[in-house]
Design a protein around this ligand. Structure first.
Ligand code: NAD
Length: 304
């Protein structure tokens, strides 16, 4: 079995550098026509030029691939609409969207300004929503689509100094949770990647010998699987240093408390059991949790 992307059109945001560049080059090598999007700004989101995206396009073309450069800011609905229109006018379809563009404004929460919050949320969360919204009707119409959101362990687990970034990165997993339910009947599959890689985003956070183990190209195979025809849906895959793993949202079996225990002391007394993960299970839709608790409560009350 060989996974390829012939006759497919992919949009990779933030593909002028780092991970996005690696994804775009490999997609093109495996046959996709690629929109290389990058607004070409600094790590904090300031400035901008089309040079980074154009260089990647030149590299793809030199290797015999097809690509177009696009300088849209993913947080601008008008610019993203124009980017998707350009892809449609050029190639007539969009099969894959990789929401990868990102910026950092790291500060402890005490020092973080509202602007630091707004800019980071605008690029990571709203940018992923804007790009997904722009391709959604096309993917529905085609009856096929693959979207990868780029999340982060900073969002899934937390990281000092990244309240803005972590919140936005966890939120893209929340966006995935609902979009994959709504996209299911149109064969639109949505997954998340949580990468760890040496890029300009991380270059001053770790020593050179550690960065040397964290090649961006080790992330790309996981991303490409998550946007291939064989893709799963609703999965959060972690990749870094050649290691690949999955995060699943597991819910404990929990406890049913009788009315006489349904008070703060009752919760305190049973807190350990509430969190006991021995019989935990993965819940993949909000409604499944509601079914679970209603079934459990009915069972406890002897209702069939
Ligand atoms: P990077 O800075 O090398 O690449 C990010 C790219 O996004 C840049 O080329 C930048 O110009 C572009 N970009 C920023 N804002 C944009 C906007 N508004 N519109 C269009 N393009 C924009 O960093 P990277 O490490 O390759 O990051 C790629 C993604 O991976 C980001 O979403 C980042 O948060 C995520 N991530 C990276 C790591 C890591 O270890 N490198 C860890 C977790 C998550």
């Amino acid at each position: 079995m060989t996974i390829r992307f012939d006759n497919q059109v992919a949009i990779v945001t933030g593909a002028g550098n780092g991970l996005g560049k690696s994804h775009a080059l490999e997609l093109a090598r495996l046959g996709a026509k690629v929109v290389v999007n990058d607004f070409g700004g600094a790590r904090d989101g300031s400035g901008g030029s089309s040079e980074a995206a154009e260089k990647v396009v030149a590299e793809i073309q030199a290797a015999g691939g097809e690509a177009i450069a696009n300088g849209a800011d993913v947080s601008s609905p008008e610019q993203v609409e124009a980017m998707v229109k350009e892809a449609m006018d050029t190639w007539g379809r969009v099969d894959v969207l990789i929401n990868n563009a990102g910026i950092l404004r790291d500060k402890s929460f005490a020092k973080m300004t509202q602007d630091d919050w707004d800019k980071v949320v605008a690029v990571h969360l709203t940018g992923s929503e804007i790009c997904s919204r722009a391709v959604w009707p096309i993917m529905r119409e085609q009856g096929y689509g693959r979207i990868v959101m780029t999340t982060s362990t900073s969002g899934l687990y937390g990281n000092f100094g990244q309240a803005n970034y972590g919140a936005a990165k966890m939120a893209v997993a929340g966006l995935m949770n609902t979009l994959c339910l709504e996209g299911e009947k149109y064969d639109i599959k949505i997954n998340c990647i949580a990468p760890t890689a040496a890029t300009r985003m991380t270059e001053d956070l770790m020593p050179p010998e550690v960065l040397a183990m964290l090649e961006p190209k080790a992330i790309t195979p996981a991303v490409l699987f998550l946007c291939s025809q064989q893709a799963p849906t609703h999965r959060i895959v972690l990749a870094g240093a050649g290691c690949y793993a999955m995060v699943r949202l597991m819910e404990s079996e929990g406890v049913y408390l009788d009315e006489n225990e349904r008070n703060v002391d009752g919760v305190a007394a049973h807190f350990e059991r509430i969190g006991n993960m021995d019989n935990a299970r993965e819940i993949l839709a909000g409604g499944d949790h509601v079914t679970k608790i209603l079934t459990k409560a009915a069972h406890a009350k002897g209702i069939k």
